[in-house]
Write a new protein. Structure first.
Ligand code: MG
Length: 379
């Protein structure tokens, strides 16, 4: 499905609650100022093509399934999306199946965000990416109604947004790996995927051309605490800032052991998903990695960042491979966090939104745009 088709076609869902509305129809609605007074949800699958294959600890992949979502109300459109990397346990069928059950027309007031989230929870307990897609589109809609970007609504200072990292992973083809390393040039911190073997080779290849600070994501790939500690000690000498999910999420006691000895902060990613998990992570990790596709969107992500701060934890903001839609939504939260890893839109070859940009190594929030700050790209 190309972007043009997404713009043209109506939602695939045929359920009563899912009312198709094309962009051309939206233009007409805007001109005529139709006051339907009820939110309409539409959605469309959209596969994200990766620029480089991801070599992760447990698999390799070249694309990520996604679903694009929009909520229309009185001529205003909110955009959202779900991205479903396989390890999250969601796919196009589960997301569209969930969204087909969502009936937002029952909410006369779109600002009842908590009620809407309670309603989404009542449909099914999981489906976090599907819920995130609704949440992001809802926030975009509400920000546009208020005519303000979300960082302002939350009272955040965009100058406090941290540098963002760009992700590289080991590649058996040296030319391809060097091409990835070259792409890190505009960034002031590089995220190195580890846990697949060749961990030190990758860092040495980077260090041959750059002294840039790194952070490491082992993606649960180190299965002994002694090896994890040895890697943390070695990485501390390689200008590394922190290590994300060094060991499998089930190895909580071993992670707590590592944390007591590691010279680098240990950050939870796969270990945690949502708000109640933050407190569980506090015993074994120094910080958490918040992602909208795990947290069910911006509403809970904001709460997670506040709770982690209250617990004295570090906060990292990450993403999946996503279009600029979800990445720009996450960027609205970036002034709250210590580290940002918002490169998901840069890792795909078929973005369909204009949004956040990397300027001088930082994620910028489009300050002049309300809502989440994105504009769909024209054909
Ligand atoms: Mg991670």
């Amino acid at each position: 499905m190309n972007r043009r088709n997404f713009l043209r076609t109506t939602a695939i869902g045929a359920a009563m609650a899912v009312t198709p509305l094309s962009f051309s129809a939206l233009g007409q609605a805007t001109r005529n100022t139709v006051k339907s007074g009820r939110m309409r949800l539409t959605f469309e699958p959209y596969e994200l093509k990766l620029k480089h294959a991801f070599n992760l600890a447990r698999n390799q992949r070249t694309s990520t399934p996604g679903v694009q979502v929009r909520i229309d109300l009185d001529g205003i459109t909110g955009y959202g999306e779900a991205s479903m990397p396989p390890y999250l346990g969601e796919n196009v069928e589960s997301v569209t199946g969930f969204l087909s059950q969502v009936d937002l027309t029952q909410f006369a007031d779109p600002f009842r965000v908590k009620d809407i989230h309670e309603y989404l929870e009542s449909i099914a307990p999981n489906n976090r990416a599907a819920k995130a897609s609704v949440d992001i589109a809802l926030h975009d809609l509400l920000g546009k109604i208020m005519n303000q970007p979300w960082y302002k609504i939350w009272g955040l200072n965009p100058d406090k947004a941290p540098d963002t990292s760009y992700t590289i992973s080991y590649n058996a083809d040296p030319d391809e790996m060097n091409a990835e390393i070259e792409e890190t040039a505009p960034f002031k911190i590089v995220k190195v995927k580890m846990g697949v073997g060749h961990d030190k080779e990758l860092v040495r290849a980077l260090r041959a051309v750059s002294a840039v600070p790194i952070c490491v994501d082992a993606n649960q790939g180190w299965t002994s605490k002694e090896h994890a500690l040895e890697m943390c000690n070695w990485l501390a000498e390689q200008n590394c800032r922190f290590v994300e999910q060094p060991m499998p999420k089930e190895m909580i006691d071993e992670t707590a052991w590592l944390r007591e000895r590691s010279p680098l902060p240990i950050i939870a990613d796969e270990f945690l998903q949502r708000l109640p998990d933050v407190r569980k992570a506090a015993g074994a990790y120094d910080g958490i990695n918040i992602k909208l596709m795990k947290s069910t969107g911006l509403h809970e992500a904001h709460q997670m960042a506040e709770l982690a701060r209250a617990l004295g934890m570090k906060v990292m903001l990450g993403c999946m491979t996503e279009t600029s839609c979800a990445v720009t939504a996450a960027a609205q939260l970036s002034p709250m966090v210590d580290w940002a890893d918002l490169d998901g839109n840069l890792l795909i070859a078929n973005d369909i939104f204009d949004g956040t940009k990397i300027v001088d190594g930082k994620v910028t929030i489009p300050s002049d745009r309300p809502g989440i700050g994105v504009i769909p790209l024209k054909a």
